[in-house]
Design a protein around this ligand. Sequence first.
Ligand code: GDP
Ligand code: MG
Length: 162
Amino acid sequence: ISGILAIVGRPNVGKSTIFNRIIGERKSIVEDIPGVTRDRIYGKAEWLTKEFRVIDTGGIQLADQPFRDEINMQVEIAIDEADVILFVVSGKDGITMDDEYIARLLQKSRKPIVLAVNKVDDFSQNDAIYEFYNLGLGDPIAVSAAHGIGTGDMLDEIVKAF
Ligand code: GDP
Ligand code: MG
């Protein structure tokens, strides 16, 4: 095992869809049904001879707690457990305040971060990635987890960081 990848991001950006793509099974529940069992958020993946574990932190939820507490906990788990963090945002929504909040938490960590702009479903939407340079986390990578576009480039960046 080369290391652990943790997936973080606000709800509905496509973390679980990406997780399922990376591990090649439908394990994590897409669309944030609360109360998912813990084993659903852990998976194993392989890319370019490297094997790694994957955590979908969005599936780790706190009952009846403010959203920020939940995000704080998810990011804390990612920073503690992971060797590489995949930060997922949505090209359909652009940068939101929650994205900026998470970006600031991640910047304080020393962990390598790969920034995936999901929901870029075709090339005509590719310009949507540029505003995400403003998060200060490096080069955004266009991905469409739903259509399986860009996930290879994203995985290349992930395994480089292990
Ligand atoms: P999570 O809350 O971050 O885990 O997000 P989910 O994986 O549950 O996805 C939230 C919604 O976005 C679902 O309706 C998905 O089908 C949709 N979605 C995920 N990836 C894509 C994508 O690449 N393109 C589009 N258009 N929708 C997507
Ligand atoms: Mg999810």
